[in-house]
Structure formats: structure tokens, C-alpha cells
Write a protein that binds this ligand. Structure first.
Ligand SMILES: *Cc1c(COP(=O)(O)O)cnc(C)c1O
Length: 479
């Protein structure tokens, strides 16, 4: 399988060539030259596979430059019930992503948050950790991952990379801005290759430092600085697997259809659903849910993509969706405009200059129905009411992001054909967002027994002023 850039760069790299990098040289995102088409016979054969075997079958289509036996071993190491161990009582952890039905056969949660950091980022990041280790070892190289986090991504990266040979992680977080649970999750890691840096400032200050360090080409090359951000193709590829798994769990035969509702921010998760559908998975609707930061909902309703400025971004109680510029969205637009890289480059010229684009009157947007998307948005009041209603009606506690999904799934029910099950992707567990659970339910969230008292463990974190030179010095002293 060869990969192309959404903006037309001439190179055609393979999977391992793009695994450790970020954007294509022309600023575009990588996508497969064409999406593998899954035949009915193949779909029938896949229906009974375990998660690991399904992951191997799907990833083999996209990763053709790792020997099959090695890729299988990587999948075997990644998708185990020991890693994804926090399924609700009664749900089968061995399924890796079990479905928890709220209404049998009608409305279910696809549990994606049973991994070590209780959010769906673990689904892809754990695979990334094992792929990085494999490729770096084979090449005799090392990498120093530098990132900034406001919560979920940083902890998922650290739990995926801890103890890995040839990988070090330097993760910046805003001092005092994360929940006590999130801080404990990250800072209690004692692995020598994991470095937490708490910056006295906001998330944007931490993000600016990462950008400044990455823009210093000499420093970046000398210290082999890399990233694991959400545009990484391997993360999207890993996420395709659970759309297939969820489909098989929710239907009895491959003649049936399913709808997915996806709490969205950077468009990474739902992009994988779009690709699964392009491969031939019978998906009747992809329902995109946003919170108050509704830039994507606006696009699907109007055809206008207008990324917001940082100051226009709302700070909400579903913080992992507080995104004003959806970094993976370019992948979908590439398909929407008939895979025309010139068109994409033109559209993003406006976006990268801080502007917007309007497809409302274009022939492309007239075809949007072919892609099965519908969308809606939620609010703090909507989340709280939904958490309460789901708990009272079904006895199931859900987190704030998943609540945005359930709320929008209810709002969009009219666009799903009668008899088609809707799966809401559960993107985090409620234990991570105790404050809103208390507000909605007047009680503490459920927490896996293993994580009781995590806040009392010793923490390993370096407190620093938002100073680029100091961060560079810190890295240079430790590699
Ligand atoms: C990252 C994240 C999202 C958004 O996913 P995207 O792939 O960025 O659209 C939603 N919910 C939670 C809990 C997350 O961590």
C-alpha cells in the first residue's frame, strides 16, 4: 500500500516511512492511494473473528511493509484483555470493545475506553507504542517525543510509550489546569523514559513551546524530536478496526445496516468511521456530535468551514472536544472534492491564513448526502441532563463526552431508518470527569478498583516557567 498527500506532493511513501513523521512535505495529510474494498465473502469471514484477528486482517490491508508474522505479533501484544481491562461489570473485556446496550438492539455504547487511561485514545496509542518500538529497533534509531496535553492525549501517549526501548516522552501540561485524577494518572508514572513538565501557564503556552522547539530544525534533528499528534495516519488506521467490530456486534448478518454517533473534536475518530464505510462496511449514518465548539456541526449543516480563533474557543465540561480547528478534517474534504489535491491546497490556503471556506454552492457539497453524515451539537445543560437521564433510565453512568454523543444521537434519531441500531462511541469513562458527574448525579463517579487512591501515589513532575530555552535544556540533559 502506497500513501499520498492530500495536497498533491509527488512522493508515494509506504506505511513505515510515514509512521514516525507528521505532515507531508507540502503540509498535507497522508491517505492511502485508494481504500481497500472489502468483498462480501471477506466481510462474512470477518464476522466471527476475535478483535486481534480482525485488527490483523484490517491493518494488513494498510501496512504492507511489515512482514505478516511481525504485524500479527504486534497486534497480539496490543489488543489483550489485560490492557483493555476496565469493561463494566457484565460486559466481556475479552471483546476489547464490547457493546453495552442501553436499549437492546436499538441504542448501545461501543466501549472504547477500557484501556489504561480510560479514554478511546488508548485504542490507537497502544498500537502506536508497539509499532514505534518495532520500527525503531529494526532501524537502530531512537526518538524523543515532545508534546503538549490538556489531558487525554498526553496520558494515552505516556501509557503507550512507558518502558519502550528507543523512545522517550517529554510531555508538557498546564500547571494546575487538569483534574486531580488526570494529574495523578500522568505524574505517578515512575518510568525513566517518561518526563512530565508542568508549565506555569495555560495549555496554549505549552503548545507554543512545543511549536517553537519543533520549528528549530537544528535542535529537532540533533535531538531526534518527534510527535504523536492526532494527524498520525497509524492512529486513524487503528481506529478503523472497532467500527467493523461494533458493526458485527450490533447486527446478525451482513445484510443489515448500523449507524454510529461519534463525539468529535479533531475529526480523527469519525474519519476512521468514514474510511470503514468507504471500504464497504454497511453504515447507514455517521452522526457527528460536537459540544459548544460547533465548527464541524456548522460545516455539515451549511457547507461553511470556519475554524475559530483560540479566544473564540469555549472551555467546556467535555474538554477533549474543545477544538476550534479540526486537524483531520482535510482528509474527509479530500474525498468530498473527488480527491483533487489542487482543490484541497486552495481551500487550506485560506484556512492556514486564518480564514474560512464556503462549499455551500459547490457541486461537491451537493453530493454530501453520499457520505451519510448528519450532525448536531450539545451544551453543558444538555450533557448534564443526558448523564442524568441515562443513569435514571438505564442505570448506566456515562462521561461528559459520551453524553454529548447520546444527546445528539437522540436529536438525530429521525434521520436513522427504522430498525437500524445506533452505536454511540464511548470516548471516556466517567471517572475522569468527576466534577460534572457530581453536578448531574450528586454522587462520585464509578472508578475501577485498581485506580482507587491513585491521587495519593508519589508524583514525578518538573515545574517550569513557559520558557523555550529551559525546556530545550531539560531535554538536552536527558537524552
Ligand atoms: C480526543 C477525544 C475526543 C475527540 O476525538 P477526535 O478524534 O479528536 O474527534 C472525544 N472524546 C474524548 C474523551 C477524547 O479524548
Amino acid at each position: 500500500m502506497k500513501y499520498l498527500s492530500t495536497r498533491g506532493h509527488a512522493a508515494r511513501p509506504e506505511f513505515c516511512d510515514i509512521l514516525l513523521g507528521g505532515l507531508a512535505p507540502d503540509g498535507g495529510l497522508y491517505l492511502p492511494e485508494s481504500y481497500p474494498q472489502i468483498s462480501r465473502a471477506e466481510l462474512d469471514a470477518w464476522r466471527s473473528l476475535s478483535y486481534v484477528d480482525l485488527a490483523f486482517a484490517i491493518l494488513s490491508k494498510f501496512i504492507t511493509d511489515i512482514p505478516a508474522a511481525d504485524l500479527k505479533a504486534i497486534c497480539d501484544r496490543t489488543y489483550t484483555a489485560e490492557v483493555y481491562r476496565f469493561a463494566r461489570p457484565g460486559d466481556d473485556a475479552a471483546e476489547i470493545t464490547p457493546v453495552h446496550w442501553l436499549e437492546a438492539g436499538k441504542l448501545g455504547l461501543l466501549e472504547l475506553s477500557n484501556g489504561p487511561t480510560l479514554a478511546f485514545k488508548d485504542m490507537a496509542m497502544q498500537l502506536l507504542g508497539n509499532l514505534f518500538e518495532y520500527v525503531l529497533e529494526r532501524r537502530g534509531e531512537t526518538i524523543n517525543i515532545l508534546g503538549a496535553t490538556s489531558g487525554d492525549t498526553g496520558s494515552a501517549a505516556e501509557y503507550a510509550m512507558r518502558g519502550k526501548h528507543a523512545v522517550r516522552v517529554f510531555m508538557l501540561s498546564p500547571h494546575g489546569k487538569m483534574s486531580a485524577f488526570q494529574r495523578a494518572q500522568m505524574y505517578s508514572l515512575q518510568d525513566e523514559n517518561i518526563h512530565n513538565i508542568a508549565v506555569t501557564g495555560m495549555f496554549d503556552d505549552a503548545q507554543d513551546i512545543v511549536k517553537a522547539v519543533s520549528n528549530d530544525a537544528a535542535f529537532k534533528a540533533k535531538y531526534k524530536i518527534g510527535a504523536v499528534n492526532s494527524i498520525n495516519w497509524a492512529r486513524v488506521a487503528a481506529q478503523i478496526v472497532y467500527y467493523f467490530k461494533g458493526y458485527f456486534a450490533a447486527t446478525r448478518s451482513n445484510d443489515e445496516q448500523v449507524a454510529f454517533c461519534v463525539p468529535s473534536g479533531n475529526f480523527g475518530n469519525i474519519c476512521a468511521g468514514h474510511i470503514a464505510r468507504q471500504m464497504g462496511l454497511p453504515v447507514t449514518r455517521l452522526i457527528l456530535a460536537t459540544n459548544e465548539n460547533d465548527v464541524l456541526d456548522e460545516f455539515f449543516r451549511t457547507g461553511v468551514y470556519r475554524p475559530r480563533k483560540a479566544a473564540e474557543t469555549h472551555v467546556t465540561s467535555s474538554p477533549s472536544m474543545d477544538i476550534s480547528k479540526a486537524s483531520n478534517f482535510e482528509r474527509f474534504v479530500f474525498d468530498l472534492v473527488g480527491r483533487d489535491p489542487k482543490r484541497v491546497a486552495e481551500l487550506w490556503k485560506a484556512v492556514d491564513a486564518g480564514g474560512a471556506f464556503d462549499l455551500s454552492t459547490s457541486a461537491d457539497f451537493a453530493r454530501i448526502g453520499e457520505f451519510a453524515f448528519v450532525s448536531g451539537c450539545s451544551s453543558h445543560a444538555g450533557r448534564v441532563a443526558t448523564i442524568r437521564k441515562v443513569f435514571e433510565q438505564y442505570g448506566t453512568m456515562i462521561d461528559t463526552h459520551t453524553a454529548d454523543g447520546v444527546k445528539v444521537a437522540w436529536d438525530c434519531a429521525g434521520s436513522v431508518p427504522e430498525g437500524v441500531p445506533v452505536l454511540v462511541l464511548e470516548t471516556a469513562l466517567p471517572a475522569k470527569f468527576a466534577e460534572t458527574i457530581r453536578e448531574a448525579l450528586g454522587r462520585e463517579p464509578e472508578r475501577p478498583a485498581e485506580l482507587e487512591g491513585i491521587e495519593k501515589l508519589p508524583q514525578r513532575v518538573e515545574l517550569m516557567a513557559p520558557d523555550v530555552a529551559a525546556v530545550k535544556r531539560f531535554i538536552a540533559e536527558r537524552v
